[in-house]
Design a protein around this ligand. Structure first.
Ligand code: SF4
Length: 623
C-alpha cells in the first residue's frame, strides 16, 4: 500500500485534533497515513493524537514560532520517504475516500506524460460546529490580480455544475491543500523565510521550474475553516511580524520579478528544468509588468444576465456587513466620508427588530442550505461609522448571541468608554476578543489634525477628547482580551514611530501598522488625498471589462456574490464602496433576503457596477 506523509503546521489551533481525526476517519486506507506536525502551542493546549505513533511531532512553544512558512518548512523535515505527500492546514475536513481520490488522480494525470504532478485547490469552507453537513460545492479557478507588494493569488468561483473533466491545469497553488509525489519534498523545500504574502505563487513557480505540472480539482476533496475569527494568528502574538513580512516580500520579488533585492536565495530559488519565462508564457502572468492575461479559452467569459443569476442562486453568501448606524464621531483624514458625507437620511439608528429580521433571514437561508453558506457565523457592523454610538448596542449583542453569531468591534476609540468596554466584556462570546482600534497617531496635535480637526469644536475640547480617548484605550487594553490597535499611516517611517509609541503606551494591546491605505471608488483620489489610479491602470492594462471583485477574505468570490451589505435604512447596497447608496437593490423593511437577492434589480445593479463603480476600485477583477 502506497504511503502518504501529511504535513501540518498548526498555530495555537484547537481544530488540530479534529482535523487529524476527520482525515483518518474519512480515508479509504487510514493505515497508510503518517503525520508530520509542527505543533506551535501554549502550555495549556493539547491535541488528542499527540501520543499516536502515526504522528511525528515537533513541539514548539508558540513564542518561538517564525511564521507559517517557517513552520511548514520544519514540518517538511519530518518527511521519511513516503510515496506521496500532502500539505494541509490544521483546520480542515475531508470527503470520504479522499486518499483514494488523490492517489488515483495523480496516477491518471501522470498518464499525460509527466510523473511530476501536483493537485492543489482552493476549497469550500466548513463550520466546526456543523461539520456533518459539508456542502457539495463545485469550484473553478483562475489567477487573481497582483496586490501592491507584487503577490498574486489563485481565485475560485462557485459554479453550479463542474466542468466535465475533474481536473484542469493551473499555475498557482493553495498552501492549505497540496498533494503530490514524495519527490516534491526532496526537490522543492519550502522557503522558511517567506511569511505570508507570496508564499503560494513563489512555491508554484519554483515547483513549475522544477518540472511539476499543477492541477486543480473541481469537486471538493477537502474543506477549510477560513474565518477562524476568534483564534490567535502568528501576527497577533509577534510584534516583529511586519519586519519578517517586509523581508519575505523582498525574497518573493527577487524570485519572481528578478528585482535583485536579495543577493542569494540559497536552495529556495528556481529549478533548472523549465524557465520562469516558460511559466510566464504558459500562465499569462507577467511578473515584471504585473499583468495577467487569461487563457484564450476564457476569452468568451459568460458575462450574461443568466450567468449573474446563476451565481446569485448558487448559495454563496458567506458573510454580511450590516450597518445599524451610519454616523461617525471622527473625521479621519483617510476616510472618504470626511470629504463626501453619506446622505443625511442615513444618520439613523436601525430599529433592533429590523436588525434581527435581517439576521433571522440569513440564518434561515443557511439552515435550509439556501442562499447562505453553511459556514456563515459572523457579521461586520462597520461602514464608515462608529458602532459604539449605536443606540441599541446592548440589544444588538443580545440578538447576535441569540442567533449564535459573532462580530468584531471596530472603533476609533473616542466612544470606547470604560462603560462600553465593560459591556463588550460581558459579550465576550459574541465579540470573541476582537476589538480593533483604528487610529493614525498617538501624539496629541497630530491626532487632532488627523482625526477630529475641523469638526467645529474648540481647541480645548479637542485636547480633552484626545486625552479621554487615550484613557479609553488604556482601560480597554487592560480589561478586554484581544484588543488590537491598527495604525493607519502610509509613510513607513511615521508608521513605525507611531507603532513604537502605541506599544509603549498600551503594552497589553497588539499593535500593527497598515501603510497600504485604499482609495474608495475614486473619492480620495478626487479629494487629492491618495490614489489607486496607477494600480488600477496596471490591473486593467490590455483588459476590456470588470468581471468580478477581489475584495474578500475567503478566496471564494467577492463582494457581489459572497457578501450581503445592508445600510442603516435597511436597504441592500452593493458593497463597502457604495457609501452614497447609488447601487441599492432591495429593502429589508418590506422584503425578505430571498426576494431581494434573487431580484432582477440585483442582477441589474451588478451588471451596472461592472461598468461603473468597480472600474474606479483597485479591488476589481478585470478580463
Ligand atoms: S466597487 Fe466593485 S470591485 Fe470594489 S469592492 Fe465594491 S464590488 Fe468589489
Amino acid at each position: 500500500m502506497e504511503s502518504i506523509f501529511i504535513s501540518i503546521a498548526s498555530y495555537r489551533d484547537n481544530e488540530l485534533g479534529r482535523t487529524i481525526r476527520d482525515c483518518t476517519d474519512k480515508a479509504a486506507h487510514p493505515e497508510r497515513l503518517v503525520f508530520g506536525i509542527n505543533w506551535q502551542h501554549d502550555n495549556h493546549e493539547f491535541f488528542e493524537q499527540f501520543y499516536d505513533r502515526r504522528c511525528r511531532v515537533i513541539d514548539t512553544d508558540y513564542r518561538e514560532s517564525r511564521g507559517a512558512c517557517w513552520a511548514r518548512h520544519e514540518a517538511q523535515k519530518l518527511y521519511g520517504g513516503e510515496d506521496f505527500v500532502l500539505q494541509i492546514d490544521s483546520h480542515m475536513r475531508f470527503v470520504r475516500d479522499w486518499d483514494r481520490i488523490c492517489v488515483d488522480g495523480v496516477r491518471k494525470l501522470q498518464e499525460r506524460g509527466n510523473r511530476r504532478v501536483i493537485i492543489s485547490n482552493l476549497m469550500p469552507s466548513y463550520d466546526p460546529d456543523d461539520d456533518g453537513n459539508l456542502s457539495r460545492t463545485y469550484l473553478t479557478y483562475r489567477m487573481g490580480s497582483f496586490n501592491q507588494d507584487g503577490a498574486i493569488a489563485l481565485k475560485a468561483s462557485v459554479v453550479q455544475k463542474p466542468p466535465p473533466e475533474p481536473f484542469s491545469p493551473g499555475f498557482s497553488i493553495s498552501a492549505a491543500f497540496v498533494f503530490s509525489i514524495g519527490d516534491l519534498y526532496r526537490e522543492v523545500p519550502i522557503d522558511p523565510d517567506l511569511y505570508f504574502d507570496g508564499e503560494e505563487i513563489s512555491y508554484a513557480v519554483r515547483a513549475y521550474t522544477h518540472g511539476y505540472d499543477i492541477y486543480h480539482c473541481h469537486h471538493p476533496i477537502v474543506y477549510h475553516y477560513y474565518t477562524r475569527k476568534t483564534d490567535r494568528k502568528h501576527w497577533d502574538d509577534h510584534g516583529n511580524w511586519g519586519e519578517r513580512s517586509i523581508m519575505a516580500k523582498a525574497r518573493m520579488r527577487t524570485l519572481l520579478m528578478r528585482s535583485g533585492e536579495v543577493a542569494d536565495l540559497g536552495p529556495y530559488g528556481l529549478g533548472t528544468m523549465r524557465s520562469i519565462e516558460e511559466y510566464e508564457e504558459h500562465s499569462g502572468v507577467n511578473f515584471r509588468e504585473r499583468t495577467v492575461k487569461q487563457p484564450a479559452d476564457e476569452g468568451s467569459f459568460p458575462l450574461t444576465r443568466d450567468w449573474v443569476r446563476s451565481k446569485l442562486a448558487a448559495g454563496g453568501i458567506g458573510t454580511a456587513q450590516i450597518d445599524p448606524f451610519s454616523h461617525c464621531n471622527a473625521r479621519c483624514w483617510y476616510c472618504p466620508v470626511r470629504y463626501h458625507p453619506q446622505p443625511p437620511d442615513a444618520r439613523r439608528h436601525m430599529p433592533i427588530a429590523l436588525f434581527e429580521k435581517i439576521l433571522r433571514n440569513l440564518c434561515e437561508e443557511r439552515d435550509r442550505k439556501g442562499l447562505v453558506s453553511p459556514a456563515f457565523n459572523f457579521i461586520y457592523t462597520a461602514h464608515y461609522n462608529e458602532i459604539l454610538l449605536y443606540r441599541h448596542l446592548t440589544d444588538m449583542f443580545e440578538v447576535l448571541r441569540k442567533h449564535g453569531l459573532r462580530t468584531l468591534v471596530l472603533t476609533n476609540g473616542i466612544a470606547l468608554t470604560p462603560q462600553k468596554a465593560d459591556l463588550i466584556a460581558r459579550y465576550d462570546d459574541v465579540v470573541g476578543g476582537q476589538v480593533c482600534i483604528n487610529i493614525s497617531a498617538f501624539e496629541r496635535d497630530r491626532w487632532i489634525a488627523n482625526t477630529i480637526g475641523g469638526n467645529g469644536a474648540s481647541p480645548a475640547t479637542m485636547r480633552r477628547t484626545f486625552h479621554r480617548t487615550m484613557k479609553n484605550i488604556e482601560y480597554a487594553s487592560q480589561h478586554l482580551r484581544g484588543v488590537s490597535i491598527q495604525v493607519n499611516e502610509p509613510d513607513p517611517e511615521q508608521a513605525a514611530h507611531q507603532v513604537d509609541l502605541a506599544r509603549q503606551m498600551f503594552p497589553n494591546a497588539t499593535v500593527r501598522s497598515v501603510t497600504s491605505l485604499s482609495d474608495r471608488a475614486g473619492i480620495l483620489h478626487e479629494a487629492g488625498i491618495l490614489s489607486n489610479r496607477e494600480d488600477i491602470a496596471r490591473k486593467s492594462a490590455g483588459k476590456s471589462s470588470v468581471t468580478g471583485c477581489g475584495n474578500t477574505f475567503t478566496g471564494i468570490d467577492g463582494r457581489h456574490f459572497g457578501w450581503l451589505h445592508v445600510n442603516a435604512l435597511g436597504k441592500a447596497i452593493l458593497c463597502c464602496d457604495d457609501y452614497h447608496f447609488d447601487y441599492t437593490f432591495g429593502d429589508f423593511r418590506t422584503d425578505t433576503l430571498r426576494d431581494i437577492w434573487l431580484s432582477d434589480r440585483h442582477a441589474t445593479m451588478i451588471e451596472r457596477s461592472f461598468r461603473e463603480i468597480c472600474t474606479r476600485c483597485s479591488m476589481a477583477v478585470w478580463r
